[in-house]
Write a protein that binds this ligand. Structure first.
Ligand code: GCU
Length: 615
């Protein structure tokens, strides 16, 4: 038995590598129980009962000295990890049948064949290097263990921006794809691949027009070839007509026509076609005040409701922009009752601190789940924060986001503190005071980050392209449609009915909430409204004072986090890594605070009421 040297965050007590010889979920479940039970529940044993018709669901019965886990093929594995984690955390085992809320619980890896990861902050790709598949199967099985332990069941392994000739996944690498699928199959994880919409054109087809019979024929054939190699492939993921990617618009076709052609090719094999709705004009003239980027997805898709094949899933980012620190829920999620929808999150901290700054996402997701239509969204996806770093996620605390995402995907009614406390307990098993301190630090980390960066719904003050660190006007004169329009009088965009009309894309309840200054939450006030600096907020402070106060508070809170961190008995190397990154976070928070305050001070000419230094 070999022992893993790479760290597994919330499963530190599962030390033995999973042997390649285990090829069914039941075998893996047995293996995990055999290593965990003696340490976590000495004298107790566990029985596994596979009942195929239970699929992903499971029950755990505790009788005297025996736990009985009954479930479908992946159900028994999920039940096993649930039992192990309950025992490790000292929690009672769950009562009754447990089953996941979402059918597809997907991870999207933005990994490139050259080994780089788009928006990756945890090292190189776990799957690719030097233009080909290149992985350590031991580590991949450990990743399988992590994914199964939180119930994730689909992994798209390559970047949505498929680049040729580098990324010829579905064309030249099918044997390797099949090997990878075999590694993940016993963990209940099916693979998915991102495809390039123009692929037929590299194979002698003169067009990629979805209504052209030759194109349809090429994809039908391609699907047949791919499914012969990987019969249980979950499907294809597509980014089309977005940020320079090819798509149906080139041929004057809409996205239902574009998606349905691929969906029909996949249907005979039971595959899903996951089609991203991240479509907007990225060549906007900044002088144009009529085009409002967050309105784009609704405009491109809402009218197509009911026109998609039944194996199409539209994947919609949680907010209408692009994973900003705070966004209102995407109105498109409300606009397509006859279409299968997936909500998309981003665990990779592209705009939220890049796994240098601490940003625990569960409190943010709670707000999003509370605001989205519970019964309309059937699947869930997240861009991963994974990479080849020893701890998989870069910052040791970033694993809480992968863990939390899995728990939300299983049960979206879960409370963020429950997730964060469970992760902290399992990962560190610290004394109560230290655990409380870390839980509260993580629970507050998003709010703190928001305060020192771009509070009140401002967004987009990051350094362009790189997206770490401040540059308040960095995106003002660019073509991406991401503006705050600060001038010497006011800041923000009027997205009410009298402004761009964005708010009208929502159901009435949200139109009222966001459209009125009386009720719009402070955290989103500059998202929906353009306000003068001397506008008096509900708490009596002026807008400019709120901007200054939030920034100073965010910086002070970061300093307090740094002090707390020093007191925690974290094991090595997490302690050293967390402290080293905290130094960078402190630097970042100070830059943000001083640069953004300076920016607004220069524009408004209004001093801080408390006489603090604005550089
Ligand atoms: C963001 C991100 C890109 C990514 C895109 C997407 O714009 O910066 O790197 O490709 O989102 O979601 O497709």
């Amino acid at each position: 038995m070999t022992t893993n040297t790479k760290r597994l965050s919330w499963l530190p007590f599962l030390k033995a590598d999973i042997p390649a010889s285990l090829t069914t979920s039941e075998q893996i479940a047995r293996f995990e129980l055999d290593q965990a039970l003696p340490a976590l529940a000495a004298g107790k044993s566990a029985e596994l009962n596979v009942s195929a018709d239970m699929g992903e669901s499971y029950t755990i019965e505790a009788n005297d000295d025996v736990y009985t886990i009954t479930g479908g093929e992946s159900g028994v594995l999920y039940g096993t990890y649930a039992l192990i984690m309950c025992l490790a955390a000292g929690h009672p085992v769950p009562q009754g049948t447990q089953q996941p809320r979402y059918a597809l619980r997907m991870l999207n890896c933005w990994d490139n064949a050259d080994g780089s990861i788009e928006r990756g902050y945890a090292g190189r790709s776990l799957f690719f290097e030097g233009g080909k598949f290149d992985y350590d199967p031991v580590r991949l099985r450990q990743l399988g263990r992590m994914l199964a332990s939180v119930g994730l069941n689909v992994m798209c392994i390559n970047n949505v921006n498929v680049r040729y000739p580098a990324d010829q996944l579905i064309e030249s690498w099918l044997p390797q794809l099949a090997e990878l699928a075999a590694i993940y199959r016993p963990f209940g994880v099916k693979l998915m691949v991102s495809i390039d919409y123009s692929a037929p054109m590299r194979h002698g087809v003169p067009t990629a027009d979805p209504l052209d019979p030759q194109v349809q024929e090429w994809w039908n054939k391609q699907a047949e070839i791919v499914y012969k190699a990987v019969p249980d492939l979950a499907g294809f993921l597509v980014k089309a007509d977005s940020e320079g990617r090819p798509g149906p618009f080139t041929y004057g076709r809409n996205h239902a026509e574009g998606a349905n052609m691929l969906a029909r090719a996949l249907k005979p094999f039971g595959g899903k076609l996951v089609w991203r709705c991240f479509v907007y004009n990225c060549r906007q003239d900044w002088r144009d005040r009529k085009t409002d980027r967050p309105m784009a997805a609704y405009q491109h898709y809402a009218y197509l409701d009911g026109q998609f094949e039944d194996n199409v899933i539209l994947q919609i980012k949680n907010g209408p922009f692009d994973f900003q620190v705070r966004e209102p829920v995407s109105p498109l999620l409300y606009a397509m009752p006859k279409t299968d929808l997936a909500i998309e999150f981003q665990l990779a901290q592209e705009y939220t601190g890049q796994q240098i700054d601490i940003f625990a996402m569960p409190p943010m997701w709670r707000e999003i789940f509370d605001d989205m239509p519970a019964d309309k969204v059937m699947s869930i996806a997240a861009v991963t924060n994974l990479g080849r770093d020893d701890n998989y996620c870069g910052h040791p605390f970033a694993a809480v986001n992968l863990f939390g995402y899995g728990l939300f995907a299983w049960d979206p009614s879960i409370q963020p503190e429950k997730i964060i406390r469970l992760w902290t307990k399992l990962t560190y098993g610290m004394d109560q005071l230290s655990e409380d301190a870390l839980v509260s630090l993580l629970m507050g980390s998003r709010r703190t980050y928001e305060k020192y960066t771009a509070p009140l719904g401002l967004c987009w003050m990051v350094t362009p392209n790189q997206h770490y660190g401040p540059n308040p006007s960095g995106y003002e004169y660019q073509a991406w449609g991401t503006y705050h329009k600060a001038d010497r009088e006011a800041v923000g965009i009027d997205r009410t009915a009298a402004g761009t009309g964005y708010v009208c894309q929502y159901p009435e309840e949200f139109q009222k909430l966001y459209g009125s200054l009386e009720t719009c939450p402070d955290e989103l006030i500059l998202w929906f409204h353009r306000l003068r600096y001397d506008y008096v907020m509900r708490d009596g402070r002026t807008l400019i004072q709120r901007i200054y106060d939030d920034h100073f508070e965010g910086l002070e809170e970061t300093k307090a986090m740094a002090e707390t961190l020093k007191t925690l008995p974290l094991p090595s190397p997490d302690r050293e890594e967390a402290l080293e990154r905290m130094n960078r976070q402190l630097f970042n928070a100070r830059e943000w605070c001083d640069i953004v305050n300076n920016f607004f001070h220069n524009y408004s000419g209004i001093d801080d009421a408390h006489g603090r230094t604005i550089y």
